[in-house]
Write a protein that binds this ligand. Structure first.
Ligand code: ZN
Length: 430
């Protein structure tokens, strides 16, 4: 089982180079497990035992297993994670023909990547393309992944900046633009990207109306370490938690209680979009679900009071090179188990009550657990939990597996932690 879940994660990561492709990979996992698509635009005709999913904007996805008892009696069990990761997005009119026939691409930074980890590694392009459809309001969406190294962001040679290793401020607009081609004439550079996309999708260039295209690292996800105990891959924040949550709901649907796995987009930019955790998408769907089964608004309200949510977004592992950055008494280590994230100023939704519940789940699943708290002089980040509780009146806990180098082009995680988190999620959903 250990290698199965690990192989499944590595494959999932390679097939999910960006939010849109992650949602597509998740659809595949859900359909293999018998989940059926129920678009939000359809009538919610739902009965006990149903397993269904719906997507929002092709970049957020929600899986549901319907329990036998009314939600007003049981509440919902929810695990939330996010599909997006920091990186680079290609701007419109991206081609820049430079001296000597070199073409570079104009990009914009998405979220907060560690910029210099993106230098000098083979990159490619993935995302979605919008094509002409029946009429102006009905367009067609296709996902795209160019499966070969296509670009590289080349660093300046050290000979031009001998002080580079003493700290080197980077400009997102000047330093971070990738090289895509060497061409002989200007014509070749014109619409280079659209031509490539059209060829890949086997459509006419005139049919392409727009695109959301992102860069990704083409080096496959892998394990490393003397015992292969670590995972090396970009986007583990937060696709590793998405993978664990989806694995759990496909294997362990609570027969009595309705379970939900919610994978939102745009956490890295503050969750404020229609497909983000700050939107009413989940609250509306949960209410429709209760009412579709004959419940009232009052039943929905009662259901929420009995609901528990695990907001799963990765935490920071104790870094052996930077002990001074970490809290003096809480050192969540890689391999030490899922982290319960606590912040006295309520950046996380965790409190003693919800932490205790998650702790119980870990104990019952036979998993170790640890605490993540910030060093009191270090600000730290925020996550999904509190943004969701502003939309839905529920209790929950912020957790996540420890990572090193969060937001690097390649982050480091632990194999054991991933397997443990799956075990805890399965316990929650059973
Ligand atoms: Zn995250």
């Amino acid at each position: 089982m250990k290698t199965d879940y690990l192989q499944s994660l590595l494959k999932f990561m390679d097939n999910s180079p960006c939010n849109f492709l992650a949602v597509e990979s998740i659809k595949g996992m859900l359909e293999d497990a018998g989940f059926k698509e129920l678009p939000l635009s359809n009538k919610f005709a739902i009965k006990s035992g149903d397993k269904f999913y719906f997507a929002k904007n092709d970049s957020a996805i929600f899986a549901v297993t319907v329990g036998s008892k009314p939600e007003a009696e049981t509440g919902f069990k929810i695990i939330a994670a996010h599909s997006d990761s920091p990186g680079f997005r290609i701007k419109p009119h991206g081609e820049m023909l430079c001296e000597g026939g070199i073409v570079k691409l104009n990009t914009e930074v998405y979220g907060g990547p560690i910029l210099y980890t993106w230098f000098d590694r083979p990159l490619s392009i993935a995302g979605r393309v919008i094509l002409k459809g029946e009429d102006a309001l009905h367009v067609v969406t296709r996902t795209i992944k160019i499966d070969r190294p296509l670009l590289q962001i080349a660093h300046l040679a050290i000979h031009f900046n001998r002080a580079v290793n003493e700290g080197n401020k980077l400009s997102k607009q000047k330093d971070m633009l990738p090289i895509i081609a060497h061409v002989n004439d200007k014509l070749e550079a014109d619409n280079m990207l659209l031509k490539l996309v059209a060829e890949q999708l086997n459509v006419a260039i005139d049919d392409i109306l727009d695109f959301d295209l992102l860069l990704y690292d083409t080096t496959p996800a892998c394990t490393f370490g003397l015992h292969d105990e670590f995972i090396s891959c970009g986007r583990l924040d937060d696709l590793s938690m998405a993978h664990a949550a989806i694995t759990a709901i496909t294997e362990c649907a609570d027969r009595d209680t309705t379970c939900v796995t919610a994978i939102f987009d745009n956490e890295e930019t503050g969750s404020g979009t229609k497909q983000g955790a700050g939107s009413p998408v989940l609250a509306n769907a949960l209410r429709r679900l209760v009412e579709a089964r004959g419940g009232s608004f009052d039943d929905f309200g009662r259901a929420l009071q009995r609901t528990f949510m695990v907001s799963a977004d990765n935490a920071h592992a104790f870094h052996p090179n930077y002990a001074e950055k970490f809290d003096p008494t809480n050192h969540p280590s890689l391999g030490g188990g899922p982290c319960i994230k606590i912040n006295s100023n309520c950046k996380y939704m965790t409190d003693a009550h919800s932490a205790a519940i998650f702790k119980n789940l870990c104990i019952e699943a036979g998993s170790p657990y640890q605490y993540f708290v910030n060093h009191s002089d270090v600000a730290g980040g925020s996550t999904l939990g509190n943004i969701l509780t502003a939309q839905i009146d529920i209790e929950g806990v912020d957790v996540g597996n420890p990572l090193l180098a969060m937001h690097s082009a390649r982050e480091t995680a632990s194999v054991a932690d991933h397997l443990n988190m799956i075990a805890v999620f399965k316990k929650f959903f059973s």
